[in-house]
Design a protein around this ligand. Structure first.
Ligand SMILES: [Zn+2]
Length: 139
């Protein structure tokens, strides 16, 4: 864990609605919201189901397994705090359970990332309060 982490941290629009996600990430678990009415998983977290608008939401553990749906290699980050990380992979991950999640692919060279590559979630404790969910190639 880096104690002097100075990069921008996620600042969720739906802070209350996404709290279970962030608490689970700190425990190194991946939870997704699931609608109690239509039973669909969704991501990003929000107050109501994006399909049927039901407000009753459960949080369920998912495997953390997925595939790279799309990605780009960032060579010139928009924010200067990320310059030291470049080049890095900004990816859309297709989770095994259905929803897609924007994240980074780590643990391999950026030019090794491919569309449809199997990946698994890893948890990056960037501060004592914030853990980021990233993905690495599945072994
Ligand atoms: Zn629903």
């Amino acid at each position: 864990m880096v104690t002097d982490y100075r990069k921008p941290l996620p600042n969720p629009l739906h802070r209350e609605a996404s709290l279970p996600f962030w608490e689970a990430a700190r425990r190194h678990e991946l939870l997704l919201p699931r609608c109690r009415l239509c039973d669909r998983l969704f991501f990003y977290p929000r107050e109501v189901c994006p399909v049927c608008l039901e407000a009753a939401i459960d949080w369920v553990p998912v495997s953390g397994r997925g595939r790279v749906h799309s990605f780009t290699v960032i060579h010139q980050p928009a924010h200067p705090a990320f310059r030291e990380d470049a080049p890095y992979v900004y990816a859309l991950i297709q989770l095994e359970e259905g929803p897609r999640m924007v994240s980074n692919v780590v643990g391999c060279a950026p030019d090794a990332v491919r569309i449809d590559m199997p990946v698994v979630a890893v948890f990056d404790d960037v501060t004592p309060d914030v853990t980021l969910v990233k993905f690495q190639p599945a072994s």
